[in-house]
Ligand binder design. Structure first.
Ligand SMILES: CC(C)(COP(=O)(O)OP(=O)(O)OC[C@H]1O[C@@H](n2cnc3c(N)ncnc32)[C@H](O)[C@@H]1OP(=O)(O)O)[C@@H](O)C(=O)NCCC(=O)NCCS
Length: 185
């Protein structure tokens, strides 16, 4: 078999991923990722002060995604509602630096584990721009259920965009875990 074909067929090795709390000194990195033109169409970037608040407020968890052998910064994600009496946590944002290499899936698995196991979530939810096919494919294959569409709810330069709301409940996470679908990606 020719070498390049063998490479093409080789299964992707799942990246090692870890989450650690974001520090003030990480915020230049976070803001640079948010402002990257490849990411801007899919998110509504925050001011630095909003990230600073998210680092401090107990209801938020702001994480740097670390990946690779050296566990270098590979992205960030933010959870909201960590103190919610309703135990309904939101994945507010996830941005990965080098995309399409499995880091997003691996980080989402860790985020689910943190949300359900550590933070006691009953419901873990998110909204995603309806045109964000990559992120939607990821959430779909990670077991998130579509709840509905917030039609034309985001104002952008070209008009309005819709958001798809997706969620997973604690018993659905437990079912996936029982099926070994929640192993490290
Ligand atoms: C969305 C995002 C976090 C996903 O992380 P990632 O590391 O790129 O994703 P992965 O490599 O783990 O791929 C996850 C799945 O997305 C889908 N996917 C990957 N690349 C894709 C592409 N170019 N087009 C469509 N779907 C794609 C596939 O289903 C893939 O799973 P598979 O390769 O195992 O079949 C990342 O692409 C990102 O930061 N995008 C910009 C910001 C953003 O959209 N954030 C989410 C806002 S809700």
């Amino acid at each position: 078999m020719n070498g390049s074909r063998a490479t093409a067929l080789a299964p992707r090795v799942a990246p090692r991923v870890r989450l650690r709390p974001t520090l003030q000194s990480d915020l230049d990195y976070v803001l640079t990722l948010e402002q990257d033109p490849q990411n801007l169409p899919f998110i509504t970037p925050w001011e630095r002060t909003q990230h600073e608040a998210a680092i401090r407020f107990p209801d938020f968890r702001h994480f740097i995604i670390e990946s690779g052998d050296a566990l270098q910064a590979a992205g960030f994600l933010i959870l909201i509602g960590c103190k919610s009496q309703h135990r309904s946590l939101e994945l507010k944002r996830m941005v990965v630096q080098h995309q399409g290499q499995g880091v997003g899936r691996a980080a989402l698995r860790v985020a689910k584990k943190v949300s359900f196991d550590d933070l006691g979530a009953h419901r873990f939810w998110l909204d995603v721009k309806t045109h964000n096919t990559r992120a939607r494919a990821l959430y779909d294959t990670e077991g998130f259920v579509v709840e509905g569409v917030l039609r034309e709810s985001v104002r952008v330069a070209a008009g309005f965009e819709s958001l798809t709301v997706m969620s997973m409940l604690a018993h659905e996470f437990a079912d996936r875990r029982a099926l070994s679908l929640e192993l490290p990606a």
